[in-house]
Design a protein around this ligand. Structure first.
Ligand code: PHE
Length: 495
């Protein structure tokens, strides 16, 4: 008889790995949820969708759709004790339903795998910026001006040009992508216990300290009042705007890592005494708080560097704020130039984003690794390396969308039209694969699975249980179907 830990040490394909504590589970799940979605996508969506209205609608989406689906996914995993596909199969079998429901997890797993291909390219940019800011910090330390602004000797145009120059330089971009994937592969290959959990338990608390520190710094040195006004002041009429609503829903799924088989996978490593309902609530609130705090960390700094009339235009809702990637890689570095201690803060900022990106990337890879180990009966190390290298290769191809293959648009129809490979993967995952998986999960848990089995796992009772059931059976499927249809056929709602 081989014990689980011996099995894991031998890299046995069948060893059932587990989190070593509830804290480890929560940190890993929060680590997967908190990522570029919170730090890049959320501020960009807020900026593009008029600030406060988006924030309010987003919170509704998290509470009414995100949290219930999150609980559904973790409970399937905990009951199934296998890969996401294996777990859905087991619950289906025990419920007397078709094992084909495992497609719900399969679609999500494919989504997670594909998201990682472009996620890692973006994370590679973060690695590059860490390099830029490290160099800057070192030279400031050498010249005794530790508290100077960032990138001192460079003009604003030069700083604005760092990202475009990187994008034009395929070799450097590939090297950064390779470094990030190598770290991700290393962590996942070390296993749930020795890799994923260790990284989450150390990096996430550090991340929280850094983001709070930078927010407090922004509150004292930046345009905090303007940021608050931007994030929380809203025009009620925009609440009814379908573009705002759909973006908020899509963002909630992505940010909570739903519809990607991931929460099923991580749920499978949770112990029987973990209260999944409480944990889901905690994970959803932590992720949402980070998104909002990220807004409070980024906007004061960016707004402080804006000309007063430009800022007035943004606050009046007349001018959209520079979108996602530009916000992080162009507006922020420019702002760090003139901020006190901008060099240190800039360096810490990109380290913080790196931590968030790594714990998400690890999760994105684990979703398919956990399946491949069982499906092909191979060791974790082999599964991780093969899948990781494939992700690297597809990501490398996608990264050419920023230079030599910008005009290569192989699927020039519907939501893919005008998109190079990078954009196609983004559209396919965010608008089709993730929502389809989340939809199937909610139908499966709400209608198909044996309700006694579901109830024995969810840890809910009384009114809250009834409410959750209602959300999973009715609201989630209906609303997610609406996201899907309007996402694929934007013309329907006139967007
Ligand atoms: N939730 C992550 C983010 O916000 C992305 C992610 C999606 C991670 C799906 C894992 C699974 O960046």
């Amino acid at each position: 008889m081989v014990t689980a830990s011996e099995g894991a040490a031998m890299g046995s394909a069948t060893a059932n790995e587990n989190w070593s504590s509830r804290f480890a589970f929560i940190m890993a799940a929060v680590g997967s949820a908190v990522g570029l979605g919170n730090l890049v996508r959320f501020p960009a969506e807020v900026g593009a969708n008029g600030g406060g209205a988006f924030v309010i609608f987003y919170i509704f989406c998290v509470v009414l759709i995100g949290a219930p689906v999150l609980l559904s996914e973790t409970l399937i995993g905990r009951h199934g004790q296998s890969s996401a596909v294996g777990s859905v199969k087991k619950v289906a079998r025990e419920s007397g339903a078709s094992e084909w429901w495992a497609v719900a997890a399969g679609v999500g797993m494919l989504g997670a795998f594909l998201i990682l291909t472009y996620y890692s390219v973006l994370a590679g940019w973060i690695v590059y910026f860490i390099g830029v800011f490290t160099g800057d910090l070192v030279s400031n330390i050498a010249s005794g001006s530790l508290l100077a602004g960032a990138l001192d000797g460079q003009s604003v145009e030069e700083v604005q040009g760092i990202l475009p120059a990187l994008q034009a330089d395929a070799g450097t971009m590939l090297t950064m992508h390779a470094i990030f994937m190598a770290v991700t592969i290393f962590v996942v290959a070390r296993g749930v216990h020795g890799g994923i959990e260790k990284v989450a338990v150390w990096l996430m608390p550090t991340f929280f300290v850094l983001i709070l520190g930078i927010t407090i710094y922004g509150a004292f040195t930046g345009a905090f009042g303007a940021a608050l006004e931007f994030l929380f002041n809203f025009d009620a009429s925009r609440l009814l705007d379908p573009t705002v609503q759909l973006s908020a829903l899509g963002q909630a799924l992505f940010s909570l890592s739903l519809g990607s088989a991931l929460m099923i996978t991580y749920g499978a490593y949770a112990s029987r005494d973990t209260d999944l309902a409480k944990s889901s609530g905690l994970i959803a609130s932590a992720d949402t708080s980070v998104a909002i705090v990220a807004g409070l960390a980024i906007f004061p700094i960016v707004f402080a560097a804006m000309a007063p009339d430009a800022l007035a235009g943004v606050l009046a809702g007349d001018v959209p704020v520079e979108g996602g990637l530009g916000l992080l890689f162009i507006s922020l570095p420019v702002a760090f130039q003139t901020m006190p201690a901008g060099s240190i803060i800039g360096f810490l900022f990109f380290i913080m984003v790196f931590f968030a990106a790594l714990t998400s990337a690890v999760a994105l890879l684990e979703a398919s690794v956990s399946w491949a180990i069982r499906r092909f009966n191979v060791s974790r190390v082999i599964a991780t390396i093969v899948l990781g290298l494939t992700v690297f290769a597809i990501g490398a191809w996608a990264s050419f969308s920023f230079n030599s293959q910008a005009d290569f648009q192989p699927l020039d129809f519907m939501i893919f039209s005008g998109q190079p490979v990078f954009g196609i993967i983004d559209e396919l995952t965010a608008k089709i694969l993730l929502p389809v998986s989340a939809l199937l999960v909610s139908i499966f848990v709400g209608w198909i699975a044996d309700q006694r089995l579901i109830d024995s796992e969810n840890g809910l009772d009384g009114g809250l249980h009834k409410f959750w059931r209602f959300l999973v059976r009715w609201l989630c499927p209906i609303v997610i179907t609406a996201i899907l249809i309007t996402g694929i056929f934007p013309g329907l709602v006139g967007i």
